[in-house]
Design a protein around this ligand. Structure first.
Ligand code: HEM
Length: 485
């Protein structure tokens, strides 16, 4: 007898939930959602190609470039932690990054996910904690001294290390993993710049670098914390399983290595944030750049012509002089087409493919999308560059010329600067942009003027699922010495 009321109560709950879910699902505009788990099953199925999956979902909106979904289909949570707005609409991005900056901090979810890795460093803080670090760092970044220091570290590494390794590989007809070499190079530069110390990981025997490996694992596993509902990673952390187990052990290695490398906790914290900022981003951008160059010999030739013109002017006609010393500061400044090619690379392969923001108060985005307080807005930087309504019919083509001014003599960003946010924009814009261009130009020159690259047959270039757009299997190439005209 008692089971009957229970049955009716349950039936009423299921009925009420079904009605509620029906209305929720009608409002959502993204991939299919299921009761309770929302779009989690699809997210899980696509976890190894998450950036492309999000880009595909945004394309499927037919040009509106925004969709909404939920990963926890339960009353209350479905409009808070479980609710996600994905967008690549430049006006929305401007609104989030600049106009209503205070309404879209990184937020507690992001900070909790990253706390184990970055603590409260510049990348993982909001409000006053962020502002103080930003102001201090901004002062440093505007000085010419820092640019000179960067040029010195880059040139030293190129001359004393990179060229030795590449020459040896070219002579012995051995392949190299260019991504690995670039990561080592940028790691040395950023350590040199931040601590005045050189970890010497770019030496001919390519020693294992426990810090760098641990850092990669930690960054990769932290991304999973952001993708799934918070209670999942917390549960895994308590149980010590899956990605959380890997994260724990990599953080331990990181601390041990840091213990002897850095001097104080505070310095360590600041430093780690700068390593994240300055190591992976430039090397990953360069890896995609070299990949694109291998597929576009006409762009490669233009770059070689430009570098040759500048060096003929500054160093005379003797080719040996072109190859003896790395680029000077002023030579790098004159390489306009190279800057266009690097920027075009970042348009299609932004080092940070997406970013997450927390919504403090209910708001309406410029395209009319309502975003509830407590939910998350994710803007997909990768999708912006691959959307026809934003970059035109040829958005999938690699065309450095699109960055050339109408007069044809200088680099020109788009009128709507929120069409290109690979370096972020607004108050949190990248502080190291100029340093990054200097470093990337120097490395591009150092590799391309000496060698022609060819991909090792059968090597598959694939994206790795991490916060940074690494190549999963690296970039295996052969090098042939280049004959200069
Ligand atoms: C191609 C190279 C680079 C790219 C694509 C890039 C991109 C970015 C992006 C997207 C952000 C915003 C991150 C966020 O808010 O979550 C950022 C911030 C930042 N970047 Fe870069 N970056 C590059 C190189 C560098 C380098 C070489 C340095 C330093 C030497 C640097 C220093 C910083 C700093 C300090 C911030 C924090 C700004 C803040 O939160 O106020 N970046 N960068």
């Amino acid at each position: 007898m008692e089971t009957l009321p229970l049955f009716f109560s349950l039936a009423a709950v299921v009925f009420a939930y079904s009605i509620w879910f029906h209305f929720l699902a009608r409002k959502l505009t993204g991939p299919r959602v299921w009761p309770l788990v929302g779009s989690l099953p699809l997210l899980f199925m696509n976890r190894r190609r998450i950036h492309d999956w999000i880009a595909g979902n945004l394309r499927a909106t037919g040009g509106s470039a925004t969709y909404q979904t939920c990963t926890i289909a339960l009353p209350f949570l479905a409009r808070k932690q479980g609710f996600y707005t994905f967008t690549c609409h430049p006006k929305n991005i401007e609104h989030i990054l600049r106009t209503r900056f205070d309404n879209y901090p990184k937020g507690a979810t992001w900070q909790a996910a990253f706390h184990d890795l970055l603590e409260q460093g510049i990348f993982n803080s909001d409000g006053k904690t962020w502002l103080i670090q930003r102001k201090t760092a901004a002062l440093e970044f505007t000085t010419r001294t820092l640019r000179i220091a960067m040029a010195r570290w880059v040139n030293r590494t190129i001359k004393n290390r990179l060229w030795c390794i590449l020459d040896k590989a070219a002579n012995e007809k051995e392949s190299v993993d260019l991504q690995d070499l670039l990561l080592r190079l940028t790691f040395e530069n950023i350590c040199g710049l931040t601590f005045g110390k050189d970890p010497q990981t770019l030496s001919p025997d390519l020693p294992e670098n426990p810090f760098a490996t641990a850092f990669d694992t930690a960054a990769e596993t932290t991304m999973y914390r952001l993708l799934y509902p918070g209670f999942l990673w917390r549960l895994k952390k308590i149980l010590g399983i899956g990605e959380e187990k890997r994260l724990k052990s990599s953080l331990k290695i990181k601390r041990d290595v840091n213990g002897s490398f850095f001097t104080s906790d505070v310095l360590q914290r600041i430093a780690l944030n700068f390593v994240l900022a300055g190591r992976d981003t430039s090397s990953v951008a360069l890896s995609w750049f070299f990949r694109l160059i291998m597929n576009h010999p006409e762009v490669e030739q233009k770059i070689i012509n430009e570098i040759s013109t500048v060096l003929r002017d500054t160093r005379g006609p003797d080719h040996n002089k072109w190859l003896q010393e790395a680029l000077s500061f002023d030579e790098a400044d004159r390489l306009v087409y190279l800057k266009e090619a690097l920027t075009e690379t970042l348009r299609s392969y932004p080092s940070d493919p997406q970013d997450f923001k927390y919504v403090v108060h209910d708001d309406v985005l410029p395209d009319g999308t309502f975003v509830p307080s407590g939910s998350t807005v994710t803007y997909s930087i990768l999708s912006i560059g691959r959307t026809k309504t934003i970059w035109g019919e040829d958005c999938m083509e690699f065309r450095p010329e699109r960055w050339l001014s109408q007069e044809g003599d200088k680099f020109e960003p788009p009128k709507d600067i929120y069409k290109f946010v690979a370096f972020n924009a607004g108050p949190r814009t990248c502080l190291g942009k100029d340093l990054a261009y200097l470093q990337m130009k120097s490395v591009a020159y150092a590799v391309l003027l000496r060698y022609r690259l060819s991909l090792v047959p059968g090597h598959r270039v694939e994206q790795k699922m991490s916060l940074t757009l690494f190549m999963k299997n690296g970039l295996r190439v052969y090098l042939q010495p280049r004959a200069l005209a």
